[in-house]
Design a protein around this ligand. Structure first.
Ligand code: MN
Length: 195
């Protein structure tokens, strides 16, 4: 049985970038539903005892969709922290050096990431991922897609399903993506990169 993750912050602490109301629906309703659906779908199957990452790499159809959405949302919600100085948070981290090495600058990385998130057609996820050699890439994945299924390590993600931003930003997806940067816990992204 999979369980809803616990958030390591209070539901209102991501405001104003993400409202308490959006956390209530997105985490409390949408993610809970993916967890409930997956548990029903895998009961009595070979997937019942597999870790989420393995299900995502092996399953298709409804099991893939629900497992993928749980994995993606777990990575999404656990990458945030209450607003703080992003500059100091980025200092001295290996991931910071890798971003500058592979994109030229933090600003260039953010601009490309936001552009790929804003232009992803329909529902999906934009990812910062690492290839097997540690080189960083930005990937657009539709629906429940995750770079893991292509052999890449998922590091940071922004959810571009409308449920992620419509209560707070309506149709302004790009403005929502831009507002998320100060919430990113770069220590956590660095930990994922080094693992
Ligand atoms: Mn979502």
């Amino acid at each position: 049985m999979f369980q809803l993750i616990n958030l390591p912050y209070a539901p209102e602490s991501l405001e104003p970038a993400i409202s308490r109301e959006t956390i209530g629906f997105h985490y409390g309703k949408h993610l809970q539903t993916y967890v409930d659906n997956l548990n029903k779908l895998i009961a009595g199957t070979e997937y019942e005892s597999m870790p989420l990452e393995e299900i995502v790499c092996k399953a298709q159809g409804g099991i893939f969709n629900n497992a993928g959405q749980i994995l993606n949302h777990n990575l999404y919600f656990l990458q945030f922290m209450p607003m703080k100085s992003e500059e100091s948070a980025l200092n001295g981290l290996e991931i910071t050096r890798a971003v500058i090495r592979d994109f030229g600058s933090l600003e260039a990385f953010k601009a490309e990431f936001e552009q790929k998130g804003a232009t992803l057609f329909g529902s999906g996820w934009v990812w910062l991922a690492a290839d097997p050699d540690g080189k960083l890439v930005i990937m657009q994945e539709p629906n429940a897609g995750n770079p893991l299924t292509k052999g890449f390590k998922p590091l940071l993600t922004m959810d571009v399903w409308e449920h992620a931003y419509y209560l707070d930003y309506q149709n302004r997806r790009a403005a929502h993506l831009q507002a998320l940067w100060p919430l990113i816990n770069w220590q956590e992204i660095n930990r994922r990169y080094q693992s």
